[in-house]
Write a protein that binds this ligand. Structure first.
Ligand code: ZN
Ligand code: ZN
Ligand code: ZN
Length: 155
């Protein structure tokens, strides 16, 4: 009696894992830092920064620099924003502020004052596709450049 070695039937083929073709080049996914900031470090231009710190945090660079290209808030600056996490306001524009350029409710107002508060509001920021798409070269763009980086429904 000799035991015959049973050869287990091994399934062959059909198990190939195909590497998913990923769009690795995520445009704008990184955290680019402002090149012209002399101190460096704090000029982060990522989405988090734009929504919660851009023109919200007080500038520490003092006077004598270009306010419009500086991402921080300055005393008396119109573009100054309220932190959406600390102040409860919606992404809809305040009608008084729109008409008069100021609002009697001030910081307690439940609506957005100015384009920055409006478009950098977490409810609105990057919810609409950018007209210029990937070709956009705005320093701070409020709109989405690719479906992946936005919240708007894409089919
Ligand atoms: Zn500044
Ligand atoms: Zn208002
Ligand atoms: Zn854009």
């Amino acid at each position: 009696m000799s035991p015959s070695p049973s050869s287990p039937s091994s399934p062959s083929g059909g198990d190939q894992a195909t590497a998913a073709e990923e769009d690795v080049a995520a445009a704008g996914g990184g955290c680019e830092h402002a090149q012209d900031s002399p101190s460096g470090g704090d000029g982060c231009a990522c989405d988090e920064f734009r929504m919660y710190a851009f023109k919200v945090r007080a500038c520490t660079r003092g006077r004598g620099h270009d306010w419009t290209s500086c991402p921080f808030a300055h005393a008396g600056e119109k573009a100054r924003r309220r932190d959406p996490r600390l102040f409860r306001y919606s992404g809809s524009a305040c009608q008084e502020y729109r008409r008069e350029g100021s609002c009697p409710r001030g910081d307690a107002c439940g609506f957005a004052h100015g384009v920055f508060e409006c478009w950098l509001h977490p409810d609105r920021y990057r919810t609409m596709p950018c007209r210029d798409g990937r070709a956009c070269c705005r320093k701070v763009c409020f709109f989405a450049h690719s479906p992946a980086s936005s919240a708007f429904p894409v089919k």
